[in-house]
Design a protein around this ligand. Structure first.
Ligand SMILES: [Mg+2]
Length: 472
């Protein structure tokens, strides 16, 4: 049985309800028809037609079974986390401050998840994920002409197979999604199911785990403290032979100590635990999205810059100082104009590889979002790659983006996209984690507590896969 929706659903420009009957509703796009089955799982042959031609059924790869699952204890721990404190510093959404407390609608935008939400009007959860599993197999064969690409045109790549039915069933065992009649899954629940599937898939071949910093490893504007649970999780990943990189917008050219201040608890733990160089060599910090790379110096055990020429791509090395300052000048003007248009008094912050505006008065998330998107639009023809993003308390334009930085690091470490997982909290159109979707697998978290949850799940999987005894 599909969920009973109380009203006409949201209708995006490319998705038009074609009939009045809710259970038989068909969403149409040119040359695509999706026929919803409300009683039986879809057969591989599907009734769908692409380009007017019926497709022959093809054998599908069996999804990989995960060896471990998220335990009730892990979910209880996550549910019991204090959600208020870490988000006190963030700009709240005017529409949700009293209701959702921490996440505005604008912070929960994703075309695939929104498509899956709409599918629940005519499908059960099980049916949605059965279809998605098959569509992803097809999309991985030919990402440019797949059914999924036609239905979600902005979709990128899936770098690993995903078993979403199994992830749904795992989530369902704890939250009884399949037993709900009137309340369909919300955005965050679908995000969790996608994350669970990705963690189980990535655990089998993971070589590099990258983390955003603010909002992912610690609350915005904070830093990793000595007793932070993230310290032991990151050290555990490194002890499992996995490279760990913190990939952040924060950029302090020539000031390694300022980078170290943000992760002081972690670097101190490396020293306190007397981790050998063979383990600390697996740790990196990528700053300014892609502009600075640091690692732990073997002798001093402190963070130190890695010379640009040893890791930056030829393209990155070709960015001239003249072109960089030209783009930053244009960005600065665009930021000031957009803020002025919205009657927002701001302070301008200019750095060698970034420029940003910080409101001088209290404002709301939507205003910062408008500034970020306006500047993105105005810089669209820029010759240099850039990242214009809503930082939650400010809006910045950085030279390059996290995808460029991660790709350079992946080449430096000789790892493939399927062996990399980036954990971040800002994957919307104005978020600076969004670019990483182009180069590796991702886990989308809402706060550091969720990061802890998924890394514990990942470590459980890795240990089970390697048949090592689990010792906390
Ligand atoms: Mg963040």
């Amino acid at each position: 049985m599909a969920f009973t929706f109380p009203q006409v659903p949201f209708c995006a420009a490319s998705w038009v309800p074609a009939g009045p009957c809710k259970r038989a509703r068909v969403y149409q796009q040119p040359n695509v028809s999706l026929h919803a089955s409300t009683s039986q799982p879809a057969a591989p042959a599907q009734q769908s037609e692409i380009g007017g031609k019926a497709r022959q059924p093809q054998p599908l790869q069996p999804p990989v079974q995960s060896q471990t699952q998220s335990s009730p204890e892990l979910w209880h721990e996550l549910l019991g986390a204090d959600e208020d404190e870490p988000f006190n510093a963030r700009a709240r959404s005017a529409s949700d401050a009293a209701v959702l407390r921490r996440k505005g609608h604008l912070k929960e935008q994703d075309f695939l998840i929104e498509f899956l939400l709409r599918m629940h009007e005519t499908h059960t959860c099980q049916e949605v994920f059965q279809k998605l599993d098959k569509w992803i197999v097809e999309h991985r064969r030919d990402g440019s002409r797949s059914r999924l690409k036609r239905m979600v045109p902005t979709l990128g790549s899936f770098f690993t197979p995903l078993n979403l039915v199994e992830a749904f069933q795992e989530y369902d065992r704890f939250f009884a999604l399949s037993r709900r009649t009137y309340v369909p899954p919300n955005f965050a629940e679908l995000r969790h199911i996608l994350n669970i599937a990705q963690v189980h898939a990535s655990a089998q071949s993971l070589k590099l785990c990258a983390f955003d910093a603010d909002g992912t490893l610690y609350a915005d504007g904070h830093h990793i403290e000595h007793d932070n649970q993230m310290v032991s999780l990151i050290v555990s990943l490194m002890r499992q032979g996995i490279y760990v990189a913190i990939v952040t917008a924060a950029g302090y050219p020539g000031e390694a100590d300022r980078f170290e201040q943000r992760i002081e608890g972690l670097v101190n733990a490396f020293r306190r635990l007397r981790l050998p160089t063979s383990i600390t060599d697996r740790f990196f910090v990528m700053g300014g999205e892609c502009n600075y790379l640091l690692r732990i110096d073997g002798a001093s055990k402190q963070l130190a810059f890695i010379p640009d020429q040893t890791w930056k791509s030829r393209l990155m090395m070709s960015w001239s100082e003249e072109a960089i300052s030209g783009l930053l000048d244009t960005a600065q003007e665009a930021l000031k104009q957009a803020a002025s248009q919205l009657r927002l008094d701001v302070e301008v912050i200019r750095k060698p590889r970034a420029v940003g505006v910080v409101p001088k008065q209290a404002t709301i998330y939507e205003v910062l979002e408008e500034v970020a998107l306006t500047v993105q639009h105005q810089l669209a023809d820029s010759a240099l790659p850039f990242c214009a993003f809503n930082g939650g308390q400010d809006v910045f334009v950085d030279i390059g983006n996290k995808s460029i930085g991660l790709e350079a690091l992946m080449k430096h470490l000789h790892v493939l996209p399927s062996q990399v997982l980036h954990v971040g909290d800002r994957f919307t159109i104005s978020g600076n984690d969004k670019a990483t979707r182009d180069c590796c697998c991702i886990v989308w978290v809402a706060n550091p507590e969720e990061t802890g949850f998924f890394i514990k799940l990942l470590l459980n999987d890795i240990r089970a896969n390697r048949a090592q005894p689990y010792i906390e």
